[in-house]
Design a protein around this ligand. Structure first.
Ligand SMILES: Nc1ncnc2c1ncn2[C@@H]1O[C@H](COP(=O)(O)OP(=O)(O)OP(=O)(O)O)[C@@H](O)[C@H]1O
Ligand SMILES: [Mg+2]
Length: 251
């Protein structure tokens, strides 16, 4: 297993948001996290990333066999964890190009390396755009594409995508999905994939372009159902999340 979460309970601002999470993701697998607004999906991501406000009151998170529960966010990122945030902050005074150089271990006074220049071009970012401050005045779609570009500079072993398709137009969803595929080794045959991911999506449209191995439904801080992504999505479309609460057979 690349990621193993056992009996995880998390408090945020004194409120118990995650109650008893058990989740394992093997090397090369892509999992999907579904669930209603406020269920705790982003909280789970930020807890895996080690944000200090997210207090683990029970359980462990193991990554590559190592208990990372006590590690800082920086240490977790260095181990190979990455995230595209649902609503990332603007960073005044830091340009997208400079951030990409920092992530790629380049000197900021050097030219952006050719691989990143090519990826920026693929994601429809001009040189002028790369000179802009990170997320400052970006459109919704630009924020999402910029998050994916930063991840392509990092190439984590395990990537969490928090609603990468939300607010993105149809053409750009396909473009993003293709780059997400690169981050998840989808260009390789299943057995030789190494990179893994966990993807939050509400409508599931992106799953038409990114294959997923398993889905989990998080409701009120508990994973109430796990199974085949398209079957679960279909069921949610028909019966809403209540169907997942009642369905225990796929656990
Ligand atoms: N820093 C915080 N302070 C107070 N409450 C918080 C904080 N972070 C999360 N919460 C609360 O925890 C609950 C879960 O939030 P979370 O953002 O994880 O939901 P979500 O499943 O990602 O929802 P959505 O689909 O709307 O993005 C919500 O009730 C939220 O208000
Ligand atoms: Mg969220």
């Amino acid at each position: 297993m690349l990621l193993e979460i056992e009996n995880l309970a998390v408090e945020v601002a004194g409120k118990k948001v995650l109650k008893d999470i058990n989740l394992s993701i093997a090397e090369g697998e892509t999992h999907v996290l579904l669930g209603p607004n406020g269920a705790g999906k982003s909280t789970l991501f930020l807890t895996i990333l080690g944000f200090p406000n997210y207090k683990i009151v029970n359980g462990t998170i193991k990554f590559k066999g190592q208990d990372i529960t006590g590690l800082s966010t920086a240490e977790r990122v260095k181990l190979g964890i990455g995230v595209s945030f649902q609503t990332p902050p603007a960073i005044r005074g830091v340009s997208v190009g400079d951030l990409l150089k920092i992530i790629s271990n380049q000197d900021v006074s050097d030219e952006l390396n050719p691989r990143m220049q090519e990826l920026a071009r693929q994601l429809k970012f001009s040189d002028e755009f790369l000179n802009r401050d990170v997320n400052l005045g970006f459109s919704g779609g630009e924020v999402k594409r910029s998050e994916i570009l930063q991840l392509l500079a990092q190439m984590p072993d395990f990537t969490m995508f928090d609603e990468p398709d939300s607010g993105v137009d149809i053409e750009n969803v396909e473009l993003l999905a293709s780059e997400i595929g690169t981050l998840l080794d989808k260009d390789k045959p299943q057995r030789s994939r190494k990179r893994s991911g966990l993807l939050i999506t509400h409508l599931g449209y992106i799953l038409n372009f990114v294959s997923a191995d398993k889905a989990h439904v998080l409701i009120d801080g508990v994973i109430s159902c796990s199974g085949n992504p398209s079957e679960i999505l279909e069921d949610i479309r028909k019966n809403g999340f209540n169907g997942c609460v009642e369905c225990a057979q796929c656990l």
